[in-house]
Design a protein around this ligand. Structure first.
Ligand code: ACM
Length: 538
């Protein structure tokens, strides 16, 4: 691989010729019929950045040509710049990634939304490229802090620029329910907002006294899904059960285990941390969630729907006669088995809709639903165990790929929580350290960076946490792991890629540390040192 290219993520093969090909207002774009989508996307994106109306033309005559090459994998492409830009791709996804590479070759201004210059030259290069993993994910928590739709669409654009292809959207939690469900309007009337929020770590006991909320209508979500699909990104919705459900219980108290016995009603949770409030393991709550999922599958065509399943304290079930009775009637040793039983019931319902279930790895402790995709967040072990048992796995270990965790050890990091997770550390992430990814009964589909937002209360804060670490991670997910060199990555990052992020308006964390306005003096975090025995979030 030449060290001269400035592409992020790095392509698998790159060679540079001499000189460049100048594009102008008369440039035409042509595509084989199967590749019309990427052609239209390029015409719109490059059209906006240049101010040109990039007309379609017959493929053989166009200056930019998209050709289908069935010998290539669906996500693979070749890009040759000579007297024309010739893209060969195995399918629309490969052609789309080639178009993204072409924009990067045109310079940072190609990522602006209106023209700021007039000379556009593509260097004469030859690129051959393909992804390392089929699942290149980012999880975004829009429950703790809502991300307005426009910002989410822009976030998807920035993901696409990095050739990421899965957005796992964490839509429900104790602190908010963000998806409109027609059958149950109170989920958003009551569940989509809270009175106030913990300010910084919940351990500090400080609240901001300010209501927070928001939700996506079903049409908003359809728009988000379609926008992502045009960029070859699958949106996996997460409806988290049976813990992390207090917003739903606040809206419909009959769902709550603690509510069944006439306790004080709960409100949408205002605090961060692990919550003892859980769903009742009852036919009422199962039926409710089956109805919710019926609407979810209508909106999201994703092959996977996430049922979460993380962090479920047993306290309420242990003290509930109904829950203990249910465990006994199911022949379970104790109430701990209710956790995976409940998720399993809903997974069966999803299976009836032809969908697989994605779960956090806790579910593996009590038995996984058939065909589950396991997101291994409590370290690597849950994922390795699932691979041994024949399940699909995505690695997202908290001590490696949690982007809410602080980026450096300094006190000037805004609300510093978690382990120090530097740019270099994420660049050096290995999804299966010391082990081969091949030869397991299960399949390692890829990996995912997780962006939890308890302490990221605005799109600006999400951008600060995500970038440039997500740029480094995209290279782990996409590029050849052989010969990876952090210093060489830094030359591309500082030489071109940060300027692309700036052109897109991404307020990333400067490599030298947070700008004064990115700091949050006085807001307490919760710094941890990595200890494999003590993996408790927040
Ligand atoms: C998680 O971090 N609770 C999945």
């Amino acid at each position: 691989m030449s060290a001269l290219h400035q592409l992020v993520p790095a392509p698998w093969s790159f060679s540079a010729g001499t000189g460049g090909l100048t594009l102008d207002a008369g440039t035409t774009l042509g595509a084989d019929p199967e590749l019309g989508g990427p052609r239209r996307w390029l015409a719109r994106s490059l059209g906006a950045a240049t101010g040109w109306d990039l007309a379609p033309a017959a493929t053989a005559d166009a200056q930019v040509r998209f050709l289908l090459d069935p010998k290539l994998d669906a996500e693979a492409y070749r890009l040759e710049v000579g007297d024309a830009v010739v893209i060969s791709a195995g399918g629309p996804a490969g052609a789309f990634y080639a178009a993204q590479t072409l924009l990067q070759l045109l310079g940072p201004r190609a990522f602006r939304q209106s023209a700021v210059g007039s000379i556009w030259s593509v260097p004469r290069v030859s690129v051959e490229d393909k992804p390392r993993f089929g699942y290149r994910g980012t999880m975004l928590d829009v429950a703790r802090h809502f991300m307005p739709k426009d910002n989410l669409l822009r976030f998807i654009d920035v993901m696409a620029m990095h050739k990421l292809n899965v957005l796992h959207l964490h839509l429900t939690d104790d602190q908010g329910w963000r998806i409109q469900i027609n059958r149950y309007p109170k989920l958003t009337e009551t569940g989509a907002w809270r009175r106030e929020s913990s300010l910084g770590s919940w351990r500090a006991g400080v609240f901001d006294g300010r209501p927070h909320g928001g939700f996506y209508t079903q049409d908003d979500l359809r728009e988000i899904v379609a926008f992502a699909a045009e960029r070859h990104i699958t949106v996996i919705p997460e409806i988290d059960v049976p813990g992390h459900s207090q917003a739903a219980i606040a809206a419909y108290p009959e769902l709550g285990e603690g509510q069944a016995e006439g306790a004080e009603p709960v409100e949408v949770w205002t605090r961060w941390g692990i919550n003892e409030t859980v769903l009742a393991v009852s036919e009422t709550s199962l039926e409710f969630y089956r109805n919710v999922l019926d609407e979810v599958v209508e909106i999201f065509p994703s092959p996977w729907i996430s049922l979460g399943g993380d962090e479920v304290p047993l306290t309420q079930w242990q003290s509930s006669t109904a829950a203990r009775g249910k465990a006994e009637s199911l022949g379970l040793d104790d109430v701990s088995g209710l956790h995976s039983w409940f998720v399993g019931q809903l997974a069966l319902h999803l299976k009836g809709h032809g969908r697989a279930t994605s779960v956090w790895d806790e579910i593996g402790d009590g038995g996984l639903p058939d065909g589950a995709l396991v997101a291994s967040w409590r370290g690597y072990e849950g994922g390795i165990d699932a691979l041994r048992k024949g399940y699909d796995v995505v690695m997202c270990p908290e001590h490696k790929l949690y982007l809410d965790h602080r980026q450096a050890d300094g006190d000037d990091e805004p609300v510093p929580v978690g382990f120090v997770t530097t740019l270099q550390a994420v660049y050096e992430f290995d999804p299966l350290p010391g082990l081969s990814a091949e030869g397991w009964p299960g399949r390692l589909l890829g990996a995912q960076a997780n962006i939890w937002t308890e302490h990221l209360d605005s799109p600006r804060r999400v951008q600060f946490a995500a970038f440039p670490r997500l740029s480094a991670i995209s290279e782990v997910f996409w590029s050849n792991p052989e010969g990876r060199d952090y210093d060489e990555f830094l030359t591309r990052l500082t030489g071109a890629h940060l300027a692309r992020l700036e052109a897109m308006g991404v307020e990333y964390r400067p490599l030298s540390g947070p700008a004064p306005w990115q700091q949050r003096p006085g807001v307490e975090g919760w710094k941890r040192d990595y200890d494999a025995e003590q993996l408790v979030r927040n």
